[in-house]
Design a protein around this ligand. Structure first.
Ligand SMILES: Cc1cc2nc3c(=O)[nH]c(=O)nc-3n(C[C@H](O)[C@H](O)[C@H](O)COP(=O)(O)OP(=O)(O)OC[C@H]3O[C@@H](n4cnc5c(N)ncnc54)[C@H](O)[C@@H]3O)c2cc1C
Ligand code: SF4
Length: 415
């Protein structure tokens, strides 16, 4: 079955010499190369080709905004439909996990790097460092690995099993892990630098942006990303849910609510549809699932005795980049819970790390991923890197190459 799909989909690829799809991929995957192997039924070679630039093929292929990335750049898109690159990558990536195709690593050298956090940025950094002989130890504040791959993106889009198998394959390269180690609390940069030549920080930025809203303290009001991360007990069945925001987190909670039996789900967003930052493919799914989009609408107040009972919304209009509230447009909507999905930010604890910060409290890095301390690198959401799995992964890989160059372990050929 898989072979048949591969044959069908790969036959659409023109193998363009200029490889525009590769340019469209944040990870710069050599797409035409892996598809060529797949076409020839050399599946392990296809996997190894992908592995030159990524350690997350089974994950990125499921969660990338591929319609706007690799598949957007495919020449076939103009006259026909693009090659389904993501689907091919998913099949090959899953084969790699199922058959335990290994990425080769050099024997361990004396060099040690501490990798903080275990989201896509850190996992990728750890994997690329280990390939070239570095002794890598991951320090994670939770008792589970994966960052938002495990505690953010919902199961219906990214199966838990895929994330866990990917992590297992990365750790099998010979990477050690210390759980319940939190940088700034029971782990300090100065102590780590006594034992490790370099540090990579990939601690993400998943602290919800707080807003002021009348009635926000009522029972039944949640910050959406905190909710997805901590998964508290909440029964959506037959409830009416209001979600405030227009990004992927908002759509994820809306779809989750619907899948878990909510009778009505409103997605309330202040601007027009073209401003929604969620992936187009997700917006389409949400609409198909009958989520009600209340666009150009804002929440004015959350009402109820102690618990949420209703919300007061008001229409808005955008005039010369300014959002104007339309007078006398108030409307009361009955609902049982409100989810706020208005963005996330870095933890305040970052300022205690003694590293230079950006104006919005993230860790400042140069184009090589180096922080204000030349022995400390950072990547992913805790830096100004675009918030996506593929971009976080690329930043981890690029930082690993810079560290490897400093350690004179790269470029290096396999014996
Ligand atoms: C709901 C949701 C849906 C998303 N959907 C998509 C999607 O479909 N496609 C896409 O490309 N992107 C998506 N994203 C964005 C993507 O998940 C992030 O951009 C990406 O995970 C960032 O990776 P990271 O490695 O920088 O950090 P994270 O994934 O946030 O991982 C950070 C890790 O560091 C650990 N940590 C934090 N503080 C410390 C500390 N002080 N010490 C030690 N460890 C620490 C955390 O526990 C965590 O394990 C989504 C995000 C959310 C919230
Ligand atoms: S990593 Fe993402 S953008 Fe790159 S080829 Fe895979 S699906 Fe496309």
């Amino acid at each position: 079955m898989e072979e048949q799909i591969i044959e069908e989909l790969s036959s659409n690829c023109e193998h363009c010499v200029t490889k525009p799809c590769q340019m469209g991929c944040p990870l710069n995957n050599d797409i035409t190369d892996f598809i060529e192997y797949a076409k020839e039924k050399e599946y392990e070679q296809a996997y190894l080709s992908l592995s030159k630039t990524t350690v997350l093929p089974s994950i990125c292929s499921r969660v990338c905004n591929r319609e706007e990335q690799c598949e957007k750049s495919c020449v076939k898109r103009i006259s026909f439909s693009p090659v389904q690159i993501g689907t091919l990558e998913q099949i090959i990536g899953d084969m790699g996990l199922n058959y335990s195709w290994n990425i080769k690593s050099h024997p361990k050298t004396k060099y040690k790097v501490a990798v903080i956090g275990s989201g896509p940025a850190s996992l990728t950094c750890a994997s690329f460092l280990r390939r070239y002989g570095v002794q890598v130890k991951i320090f994670e504040k939770k008792s589970t690995l994966g960052g938002l791959l495990t505690h953010g993106i919902p199961e219906f889009r990214l199966p838990y099993e895929i994330t866990q198998k990917t992590i297992e394959s990365i750790l099998n390269q010979g990477i050690e892990v210390r759980y319940n180690k939190e940088l700034g609390r029971n782990l300090q940069i100065s102590d780590l630098l006594e034992h490790y030549q370099y540090i990579f920080i990939g601690i993400g930025a998943n602290i919800p942006k707080k807003i002021e809203l009348k009635g926000i303290q009522k029972t039944g009001v949640y910050y959406a990303n905190e909710f997805l991360e901590n998964k508290p007990q909440f029964k959506f069945k037959e409830k009416t849910i209001a979600i405030y925001g227009g990004g992927n987190t908002a759509i994820d909670v809306a779809r989750m609510a619907k899948k878990e039996g909510a009778s009505k789900v409103y997605l309330i967003y202040r601007k027009e549809e073209s401003f929604l930052s969620a992936f187009q493919s997700e917006i389409l799914c949400a609409k198909e699932e009958k989520i009600e989009f209340l666009l150009q609408t804002c929440i004015e107040e959350i009402k109820g005795e102690k618990k949420v009972e209703s919300i007061i919304v008001k229409r808005t209009i955008l005039q010369e980049n300014e959002l104007i509230l339309i007078e006398n447009s108030d409307m009361e909507l009955q609902c049982d819970a409100v989810f706020l999905a208005l963005g996330s930010q870095a933890s305040d604890e970052v300022k205690k790390l003694g590293l230079e910060q950006t104006e919005d409290g993230k860790i400042k890095i140069n184009s090589f991923g180096e922080t204000s301390n030349p022995r400390v690198y950072a990547g992913g959401d805790i830096t100004k890197t675009k918030n996506s799995v593929a971009h976080a992964s690329r930043s981890g890989r690029n930082a690993a190459y810079e560290i490897l160059k400093k350690l004179k372990l790269f470029p290096r050929k396999y014996e």
